[in-house]
Design a protein around this ligand. Structure first.
Ligand code: G1P
Length: 320
């Protein structure tokens, strides 16, 4: 398909205000990772040696979003501290001349202007986004969900910002999933938009059963939203799970014809799920230039030991 503008896209005369702000909901209790998350926010769990939430802020910064609002719950302080300067630590590393670690410590504080707001009652993702209203104001903004990690080599968010700039309205990220997994996601009914990798979203439903799902297009955790979503969220009643769902508010906007989807088929990791979290850590470790060669060699040996159904030589010795 060639690149052409769909006949019903927003008129070009609509001024598409530049997106500058990102909102990162980070108020979840992280119960799936207890006891690790008893005193540590799940967003701070490391993917190799960097907290998951730092990848998300780096993604926002790489797409040109220099203002990041964290919508937090309990444990706010660890996240706040992570994106701040750590003077004692910096002085100690500086005195040792350890510039590599000094940079690693400073990097997170230099990524973006980070702001924090508390969600108070955890009333759902839609409510978390609504909490950002005053900070965001009357501007389009991005929402990045911390449990969804997009491989740093992908350009999904930039593609979404580009679609927003050309078509106005809101843009969501969609990924095709096997039908048996659609009940885990928001699901979109779509039609062609006359552009490769972009669809018009005609309807949305939060976590439908396989039978009721209008498609196998799952909503993944990246959104570029028009501020019109705030008025809709104000009047969105609790939906699935008794929570105010962002998907329900977007359904109203989709019915008005102002939502597009960018179809993503790249690397995405769900760090909210334990097995996927482990897969993410292994993949990222393999890709690291410093750790990768040694770790991959070990992993190959370990996997060879598993091939006959064993648990690896050390596991077998301990089980004996
Ligand atoms: C949220 C959204 C859902 C979306 C998902 C993506 O659900 O409500 O529509 O598909 O994120 O990860 P959650 O996974 O927080 O239950």
């Amino acid at each position: 398909m060639g690149r052409m503008i769909a006949p019903h896209s927003a008129p070009r005369s609509v001024p598409a205000r530049t997106v500058r702000k990102a909102v990162v909901p980070a108020a979840g209790l992280g119960t799936r990772f207890l006891p690790a998350t008893k005193a540590t926010p799940k967003e701070m769990l490391p993917i190799v040696d960097k907290p998951a939430i730092q990848y998300v802020v780096e993604e926002a910064a790489a797409a040109g979003l220099g203002d990041v609002l964290m919508v937090t719950g309990r444990h706010k302080r660890a996240i706040e501290d992570h994106f701040d300067h750590a003077l004692e630590l910096e002085q100690a590393l500086s005195a040792k001349g350890d510039t590599v670690r000094l940079d690693a410590v400073r990097d997170s504080a230099r990524l973006a202007d980070i702001h924090h707001i508390r969600q108070g009652d955890p009333l759902g993702l839609g409510h978390a986004v609504l909490c950002a209203r005053r900070h965001v104001g009357d501007e389009p903004f991005a929402v990045l969900l911390g449990d969804d990690l997009i491989d740093p080599r992908e350009t999904l968010l930039s593609r979404m910002l580009d679609v927003r700039a050309r078509r106005a309205g809101s843009v969501i990220a969609l990924m095709e999933v096997p039908p048996e997994q659609i009940h885990l996601y928001g699901c979109a009914a779509v039609e062609p938009a006359g552009e490769d990798g972009v669809v018009r979203v005609t309807g949305l439903v939060e976590k439908p059963s396989r039978r009721d799902a209008p498609s196998t297009y799952a909503v993944i955790g990246r959104y570029v939203l028009d501020p019109a979503v705030f008025d809709v969220l104000e009047r969105t009643p609790p939906g699935r799970g008794g929570e105010i769902q962002l998907t329900d508010a977007l359904q109203e906007l989709a019915a008005g014809g102002t939502v597009h989807g960018v179809v993503f088929d790249g690397l995405r990791y769900d760090t909210g799920d334990k097995a996927d979290y482990l897969r993410t850590v292994v993949r990222m470790a393999c890709d690291r230039p410093d750790l990768g060669p040694e770790f991959r060699a070990w992993l190959k040996e370990f996997v060879a030991g598993l091939a006959d159904g064993g648990t690896g030589a050390e596991g077998e010795r301990l089980a004996a």
